[in-house]
Design a protein. Structure first.
Length: 199
């Protein structure tokens, strides 16, 4: 079975219905309270993969500090290294959920790179590629400098953050709380929201 077939059919169906036209920014944003807390799903770092995380109950980090539920995840970078969401604690974080075949996602590269270049000392900027093979995700990531990219072939992180369309952004404050979400093409407010969270 190919790695592509691992993507859950329902997840892929919802994303495909959302569409990814070649057009630009449509300005749509979403700040739905129902998406402000990640979905309760197991992560690859769980000791018991059949027991879902409780997003209402923060975990403990390695040094004993309370870890926000939004940062309680593990992943793999496009270069194959392990990534721990706990490493993002203490600074605001911008998560960019993209697909390698999405022209809107590709069109957002300059904006995301600009945010990373201007705010990288104070802001974590993490790309989360999905909806394709690991090879295609890595190829897209090669075109985006200065950003850590995670390979999310099976869509686990997309599901954890309630993301159902590409391209989407989730902005977390330094405490790990979701302060802004933008769905497909909705990046008009992104720069201003990043500025706000860094004040």
């Amino acid at each position: 079975m190919s790695r592509r077939s691992v993507i859950p059919a329902l997840f892929l169906g919802v994303v495909l219905l959302a569409g990814c036209a070649g057009g630009g920014d449509d300005g749509g944003t979403s700040e739905s309270p129902s998406q402000s807390t990640p979905q309760s799903t197991p992560t690859s770092g769980s000791s018991d993969p059949d027991s879902p995380k409780d997003p209402g109950r923060p975990s403990r980090g390695t040094s004993g500090e309370t870890l926000p539920a939004t940062l309680d995840f593990t992943g793999t970078t496009v270069s194959g290294e392990e990534f721990d969401g706990a490493s993002l604690a203490g600074r605001p974080t911008l998560l960019w959920f993209w697909a390698p075949w999405c022209p809107t996602c590709r069109g957002q590269i300059p904006q995301v790179q600009g945010i990373a270049a201007d705010q990288g000392g104070d802001l974590n900027v993490i790309g989360v590629g999905s909806l394709d093979s690991a090879e295609a995700i890595a190829e897209f990531a090669d075109d985006v400098d200065e950003i850590t990219h995670l390979e999310d072939v099976d869509g686990a992180l997309w599901k954890q953050f309630g993301v159902t369309e590409q391209s989407s952004f989730v902005l977390l404050d330094a405490d790990g709380a979701v302060v802004f979400e933008a769905g497909y093409g909705g990046t008009d407010e992104l720069d201003a929201r990043v500025e706000d969270v860094l004040r």
